[in-house]
Structure formats: structure tokens, C-alpha cells
Design a protein around this ligand. Sequence first.
Ligand SMILES: *[C@@H]1O[C@H](CO)[C@@H](O)[C@H](O)[C@H]1NC(C)=O
Ligand SMILES: *[C@@H]1O[C@H](CO)[C@@H](O)[C@H](O)[C@H]1NC(C)=O
Ligand SMILES: *[C@@H]1O[C@H](CO)[C@@H](O)[C@H](O)[C@H]1NC(C)=O
Length: 445
Amino acid sequence: MYSPTFVCLLSSLALALANSNSPCADISSLVPFLRAYSSSKKDHFYTTNVSEMDNSAGVYSYEGESAFLWSTPQAGTIPLFRLYNQKFTDHFYTMASDEILEMINEGWTYDAAPNHTAGYVYPFSVCGAAPIYRLFNPTVVDHFYTMNIAESQVAVQDGYQEQGIAGFAILPSANGGIVDNSAVPYFLPSTIVASPEAQASATTSSSCVNNANATPLLRAYSSAGTDHFYTTNSIEMNAAAIAQDAYAFEGDATFLWSTQETSTVPLYRLYSKTATDHFYTIDANETNEALSLGYAFDTDSHIAGYVYPYSICGASPIYRLYSSSVLDHLYTMSQTESASTLGYVVEGIVGFALLPSIDGQPQTSTVSASPLLLPKSLEPTAASISGFPTTIAVYPPSSVVSSSSPTSNSASSTTPPILGAIVANAITSYRASGVFALVAVWIAL
Ligand SMILES: *[C@@H]1O[C@H](CO)[C@@H](O)[C@H](O)[C@H]1NC(C)=O
Ligand SMILES: *[C@@H]1O[C@H](CO)[C@@H](O)[C@H](O)[C@H]1NC(C)=O
Ligand SMILES: *[C@@H]1O[C@H](CO)[C@@H](O)[C@H](O)[C@H]1NC(C)=O
């Protein structure tokens, strides 16, 4: 149905980009970010070093590959620093150099990792990368990192607090869940055919849509039909959904495009009368499956708008949730809403578009609404990406290197450490843009 357009789009994209200088990292050098957990230490531990993981086996249980990133510096990437707190037995990873100083003041130190780094990640959503979420449990003092929003949902129920995004890396699987040793980096829904190389290189400004043309996707909810409904058409929203069918307006869900632009794909819209459920997908197989299950296209165009199929150009994920008890699909860019909406399970990422607000929550005022964009200085262009590593994460001076090994750490902080009171620098504005929603947390011990 849309395959011919799409294949044509991507092959011309791949051709166009083959000749450009890619500001993306070399995807053939991706390595798995191995994850382990110690239930006695209540500590999540991550490394790209297989022997180090093997050596930890007495204390840590290997859990799988949690992301794909790089073990050496690459175009567009910045270091993900690694620290350890022996007293609290906590491994901590951050790309924010200001946060390092703060954590060192609170008793964390560098450990044995080369260059004090666990690996190299993108600082924002480019080149097919997706967010690594950071969570923190103040009771057991454990930082936890996952690309799986459903897993972060479970962690929140277990006492972890969301601390935003730790960096952008390549998904280990469709839903970001950990995988075993045979994993390959996951770039796209399997039905969307593009080589990883084409995806990875689709990041120069010429492959991005003009953000000024983005239009809000309006969101409404019918409690009678337990149905979330989305449209870019304000007349349809006001005259049909709200006035006739008693939907309640809930705000701008995301900003996407109403005509097909560079690098975007159609977001199909279907409706099931029996389930009273609107369903949106970029996946042709899912569209066919929905049609066979009694869904039908309910607009002439069949399309709700256009989104990026993967993570490029600073776009963020739109999550899809489903409630099998009330037969409703919910779409949101808010990790908090994904984690807290009772009865719904996260099904994955439906596409990538522009955030409506700092935390991805729908924006209720449509009068002057505009997408939330990264600060100009941090918008990903070929030039800014190649200059980025030195401007954002200044390599820590040797004077702050207080230890080279966890065993020589003598952290004995008697005051409760404060995490998250961040000093001003370049990354603070990035964090303030909501890419980090870092909360200040007192550790009470
Ligand atoms: C990997 O870990 C082993 C064991 O801890 C260590 O001897 C080796 O130096 C590490 N390799 C790198 C590249 O860090
Ligand atoms: C350590 O830093 C040096 C200098 O930036 C770099 O050449 C090297 O690749 C880095 N190695 C690792 C493992 O990060
Ligand atoms: C998608 O549909 C095509 C054609 O119907 C089929 O060959 C393919 O296996 C399907 N892929 C998935 C992942 O279901």
C-alpha cells in the first residue's frame, strides 16, 4: 500500500546520503552494553568489556545486552562517564561533566574504566539512536539504566524515580528490552526496509524536515467509548469529536507534519467501530492486521500525518500503549504518563516527532503552541555534531580524578548526598529543555 513510496523514498535518501559526509558514528563498531545486577549489593552494573563482566560473575548476575554503543570516541558522540560509590555500592553513568563533580563531592569516584568512560553515546536523538532512561532508587542507592520504557514502568512501581535520559544509543531490540548474546542493534520496525547505514546517515540538516512546518496532533478522549482520538484537523476535532461525540480535548500530543516531507513516512489512521478504538501505525503489516480484525480507514487520506520512522533530527519517540480491558490505544510522548497510566501496557514506539513540552506531556494551550526544540546551539547539524564533544562534555581535569579503582575509594560522606542540584553550563540548558528531567533527591540513610 505505501511500500512503493516508502522504498523509493528511502533508496533515494540512501543514495543522496552516500555522497555526504556522515556525522554519524560507524555502526560497524557498535558494541553491546552488557548489564548485570547484584541482589546483595543492590547495584546495576554496565560495561562493554566482556572480561570485566566475566570477572564480576561471583557477585553480579549477568542480565543481557541493554543497548548498543561505542567503546571508542566516534563522530557525533560524547563520553558516558562511569563512577562508583563503594559505600553505597552504586555504579553511576552520566554524560554531564557538571554532574561528575557533584557526585565526586558526594563520595562517588572514578573506577577502573579506561578514560573514566563506560562508552560513547549521542547527546541527542540523531542517527537512529533512542533514549537510554536513567532511574534512581534512593532507598537502596541504585542507579538503573534501560532503553525499555515498559521496564522503567515496573522499576517505578518498585521504588525507582525517573531521572531523565542518560544518553542516546542504539536499541538492542524492538522494545528496548535486554537481549542475549546473539543480539544485533535494532534500528527499525522489521517491515520498514532501510539499511542500518541509510538510517544511521539520515541526519544531516538536509535530511530533516523544516521544524517550522510542524503542526500539532490534537488529542481528545471519550470516557463513554474509552477511546483516545488524534487528528491534526481542528475542524474535525471541534465540530465532530468534541461537539457531536462528546470527546474531551486533552491538548497537543506531538508536533508532526501534515504533508509528506523529507525522511518522513505516513502515520496511518484506522478505526474500529465495535471496539470504539482509533489505531495509528507506520507499519504496513500492522495496518493489514488491523484491517483483518475489523478496523477500517476512517478518512479519505487514510493518514493522520507524517512522522520520522526512526530517531533523527532531534525527534523524540511517540509511545504506544494499549489496554486490552477497555480496547483502547493511547499515544503519548511522556515517559511519566507511559509509566503511570493504569491498565495500559507499553507496546513500543510508533514513530518519532517533535515534543509538545519539556516532559512530553500534551500541551493544552493551542493558541501559541509550538514544538519544544533543543536550544539552537544543541540542534543537531553536521557542523554542531562534529564540534559537539569538545563543547559539551569537557574531559574532566586530572585534579578531580580522586581514584582509579573502586577498592581505593574511602567514601565516608556523613551528610545526605544531594543528587541533581546542577551547576550552570552548556548541558544545563540541555537538561532544562527537559531531555533530562533530573530531580533533586535526598538519600536518607
Ligand atoms: C577489560 O577488563 C579486564 C578485566 O577487568 C582488564 O584486565 C582489561 O584491561 C579491560 N580492557 C579494557 C580495554 O579496558
Ligand atoms: C581514551 O581517550 C583517548 C584520547 O581522547 C582516545 O584516543 C582513546 O580512544 C580513548 N579510549 C577509550 C577506550 O575511551
Ligand atoms: C509482513 O508482511 C509480509 C507480506 O505480507 C510478510 O512477508 C512478512 O513476513 C510480514 N512481516 C512480519 C514481521 O510480520
